[in-house]
Design a protein around this ligand. Structure first.
Ligand code: C6P
Length: 406
């Protein structure tokens, strides 16, 4: 099956938006993707027909809202091929999922003198929570290096492991460069050294088939809004035997079993980690986004986006003075670049005048900018609703912008 691009584009109402009389060209999917009508409808339908709090009432609406949310959890479990729904925890997004693990895992598994590993290519969300935890617990934060082409220096990464390494937390796919890390190799190496692995999957779930049991990863975090779902919801996948040993991250309703002023006992998984009223409509929206992607076929999406990436890369490479940041073979549909003598912000602003949305700046990855010796990039990130014709419009606008700026 191939992609029916006209049908797909018709599913996304925002794609017919005009920006200053120009047709919108949306290449900022790495920041957040657009939402198909099916996802919007699923959330509207919840508010129109099912709205009620979950796991609380015996009344009809509360029961159908609870069923809708828990069926969504089961759908997400299937999509992840997690062994059980107890391993699928609803959070606000990738950032909260990583904070949860940094906070809770460290309380039982990490002691003074241990070390953990991250890499230079991480988003700040996969650096700062670990850095804070390391300071508090007097734990060393080791940093794996990135080669000039944007790949991880695997030999160096392996050399960082010691018998006190408790965890490595890595981007599955870099948000700046689109580089896909060899996560299976790293997971098996970490496990053979007794360390656990967390993957920041924020940029992986929109583009690839994800299988928790096949990866054998210990923790995996992602956000719905980058994979055609709503903002405000994400997932923490964790292996049950680890989650069971970890203390709750936040406290309140829903996550408790019995409460008295003397003592409180906690609910079972996954509810132990879900304090307060969950983001019910958004959870339903995420499940619907997964259905939408699966209808097209995640491998079809990946193949089509790869074609877009190759098409854009071959055109960009022809521009004098343009350097692509991250030019490994194994990449998702993200292309970041700098142009000699031109500020990335100026390029982004001029592209916006042509109706083209790209992201400019450090992309919440300041350590990567430093290691690449740059202050920021222009980033075009493609989704399966983008087209080669849009890349042609982008290239024409980029050439005009560069003529004005050089
Ligand atoms: N990257 C980008 O434009 P949240 O905000 O929690 O949904 O996701 C944070 C996050 C964590 N890890 C990676 C690899 C990410 O790409 C992101 C979000 C956006 O690249 C916004 S900064």
């Amino acid at each position: 099956m191939s992609i029916d691009i006209d049908k797909i584009r018709a599913d996304f109402p925002i794609l017919s938006t005009k920006v200053r009389t120009k047709k919108l060209v949306y290449f900022d999917n790495g920041a957040t993707s657009q939402k198909p009508q099916m996802v919007i409808d699923s959330m509207t339908n919840y508010y129109q027909q099912q709205n009620s709090n979950v796991h609380r009432g015996v009344h009809y609406l509360s029961q159908i809202a609870t069923d809708a949310m828990e069926s969504a959890r089961e759908n997400i479990r299937k999509y992840l091929n997690a062994a059980s729904v107890e391993e699928v925890i609803f959070t606000k997004g990738t950032t909260e999922s990583i904070n949860l693990v940094a906070n809770s895992f460290s309380k039982v598994f990490i002691t003074e003198g241990d070390n953990i590993i991250v890499s230079e290519m991480e988003h700040h969300a996969n650096i700062v929570p670990w850095q804070m935890m390391c300071k508090e617990k007097k734990v060393e934060l080791k940093v794996a290096r990135v080669n000039d082409d944007g790949s991880l220096d695997i030999d160096y990464l392996k050399s960082l492991f010691t018998d006190r390494t408790k965890l490595i937390s890595l981007a599955h796919i870099s948000n700046v460069m689109g580089v896909i890390n060899p996560v299976k190799e790293i997971i098996s190496y970490a496990h053979s050294n007794g360390a656990k692995v967390m993957l920041d999957g924020a940029q992986a779930t929109p583009h690839s088939v994800i299988d928790m049991q096949d990866l054998d990863v210990d923790f995996f975090a992602f956000s719905a809004h980058k994979m055609y779902g709503p903002t405000g919801v994400g997932i923490l996948y964790g292996k049950k035997k680890l989650l069971e040993q970890m203390p709750p991250y936040q406290f309140g309703g829903e996550m408790i079993d019995k409460v008295s002023f003397e003592e409180t006992t906690f609910n079972v998984l996954p509810f132990k980690f879900e304090a307060g009223t969950p983001m019910i409509a958004e959870i339903i929206g995420l499940s619907s986004a997964i259905d939408y992607m699966q209808e097209i076929g995640i491998q079809n999406i990946a193949d089509y986006e790869h074609e877009l990436l190759e098409y854009a890369t071959s055109k960009l490479e022809k521009i004098d003075g343009l350097r692509i940041i991250g030019d490994t073979k194994n990449k998702a549909s993200v292309v970041s670049f700098v142009v000699k003598g031109v500020h990335h912000y100026d390029i982004g602003s001029l592209l916006d005048q042509f109706g083209i949305a790209v992201r400019t700046g450090n992309h919440c990855a300041q350590p990567l900018m430093k290691s690449m010796g740059i202050s920021g990039t222009v980033r075009a990130s493609f989704a399966f609703y983008n087209t080669k014709e849009e890349i042609d419009v982008f290239m024409e606008a980029l050439n005009k912008a560069l003529n004005m700026l050089t």
